[in-house]
Ligand binder design. Structure first.
Ligand code: ADP
Ligand code: MG
Length: 234
């Protein structure tokens, strides 16, 4: 699936104030592409990711999924795309505390409009947990897991639909270096395995260098782009 943002704006009204969080962004993302986004806090990265994933509606401009305007679809059509095609990984792993790791991973499918057979879903959830190195933690509850382990469960959950696009907002922000490196390695590995595109907001320059494209966000705009892989080869 291809995503394209065309002259996308998002303005928040706070009292009398208009905050221009995203200002006229143009960004095509090809199937399977890995795009890293860096930028200071408040530059609009999280807002941009919400716009890409259909969680926020652009004040102006369009978000196209395979050339279809996401906001011209019916609500249920848009939710279906959001639920089935997009894997969200947020800054803080928001696992459901009363479910074990396996159920947390399987949950999005069990509640989806086109459910798969339970046996198949759980087999896939087990496989993803194993990929994340959590084979022996299937029945652990979130409070029995470390921060890094919780984060890996959240990544497994984001991948349960084999999403065409993974949108990750500083997914390793609260982890120590060792856990961060491990989570990143797993994220890149699973991405390759499922052929998903990955849009990753990160502070980690080492990680950003693995991307096909590195975008810099500043004051709601993408202001600079370099090609890390090409630079690395020179
Ligand atoms: P980043 O992720 O790069 O830190 P954000 O997208 O979170 O940036 O925020 C961009 C700007 O929009 C900031 O000025 C922020 O305060 C503002 N903002 C973000 N979300 C909201 C909201 N729900 N209501 C009002 N202002 C917001
Ligand atoms: Mg943010």
């Amino acid at each position: 699936m291809k995503i394209e943002l065309k002259d996308v704006w998002r303005v928040y009204s706070v009292g009398d104030l208009a905050i221009h969080a995203v200002q006229g962004v143009n960004l095509p993302i090809a199937a399977g592409e890995f795009v890293a986004i860096v930028g200071h806090s408040g530059s609009g990265k999280s807002t941009l990711l919400s716009l890409m994933g259909g969680l926020a509606r652009p004040t102006r401009g369009v978000v196209l999924y395979d050339s279809v305007d996401l906001w011209k679809l019916r609500d249920d059509e848009r939710s279906e795309i959001r639920n089935l095609k997009i894997g969200f990984i947020f800054q803080f792993a928001s696992l459901i505390p009363t479910l074990d790791a396996l159920d947390n991973v399987a949950l999005p499918v069990l509640f989806s409009p086109s459910p798969r057979p339970k046996v198949e879903v759980y087999a896939n959830a087990r496989e993803l947990l194993a990929l994340m190195g959590l084979e022996d933690k299937q029945h652990a509850y979130p409070n029995e897991l470390s921060g890094g382990q919780q984060r890996r469960v959240a990544i497994a959950r984001a991948l349960i639909h084999h999403p065409a696009v993974i949108l990750a907002d500083e997914p390793t922000g609260d982890l120590d270096e060792e856990n961060e490196a491990e989570v990143i390695r797993l994220l890149l590995h699973t991405r390759r395995r499922y052929g998903s595109a990955l849009v990753l907001v990160t502070h980690n320059r080492t990680l950003a260098r693995h991307a096909d494209r590195l975008l810099h966000m500043k004051n709601g705009n993408l202001v600079y782009e370099d090609l890390p892989n090409r630079l690395a080869r020179n």
